[in-house]
Design a binder for this molecule. Structure first.
Ligand code: CUA
Length: 188
């Protein structure tokens, strides 16, 4: 008799423990889903390549991604735009200049495979998809040199695909911008 009672008691303990853990697991899943929804809405997360397309076959010979138009440009109204192209296994230009503390808009595409890049520890981070123009705007808070690796596996030379980013002091950048239409820090 007493063994039947203790059997029932231990079964009740087990059921209670299982219910407790089930509630905790459901709560964790709910929290993760909530985090995804909040970050998705708050940061407006979406793929960087949206609807702007470019013809891969002619990207090198006409339009905004011809070689002479690549690099950093500053408009008359002070807007800074960086245009670059990724191909196996390099970026053009290989060295990019940007100003410190000013919004910079990147416009970039790829010609052969899916590439991508991230700039040092900044939030400049995008995929580059052939046929699409990836755009984003960011600000580099601190002057200095940053590395910019390709972060999408794009073939056997992927790990050697790097560019450099020089974040210049604002006055230094403005001085260079006034003397050149397209800037880069590729050694000539
Ligand atoms: Cu380009 Cu990996």
């Amino acid at each position: 008799m007493s063994s039947t009672v203790s059997h029932h008691a231990s079964e009740a303990v087990a059921v209670a423990a299982e219910r407790r853990w089930a509630i905790i697991v459901v709560a964790i899943i709910g929290l993760l889903v909530l985090m995804m929804v909040i970050t998705g809405l708050h940061w407006a997360s979406m793929p960087p390549s949206r609807v702007e397309t470019v013809d891969v076959k002619t990207v090198h010979i006409k339009g905004e991604f011809v070689e002479s138009n690549l690099g950093t440009a500053m408009d008359a109204d002070g807007k800074v735009t960086v245009r670059l192209v990724a191909q196996q296994y390099s970026f053009s230009p290989q060295c990019i200049v940007v100003p410190e503390g000013m919004p910079v808009t990147f416009r970039a595409t790829a010609t052969d495979a899916i590439h991508g890049f991230v700039v040092g520890r900044t939030n400049a981070n995008t995929m580059l998809v052939p046929g699409f123009v990836s755009t984003f705007t960011t600000t580099f808070p601190k002057a200095g040199e940053q590395l910019m690796p390709c972060h999408e596996y794009c073939g056997t030379g992927h790990e050697a695909m790097w560019a450099h980013v020089q974040v210049l002091r604002r006055d230094e950048f403005l001085a260079r911008a006034s003397s050149a239409e397209r800037m880069s820090c590729v050694p000539r």
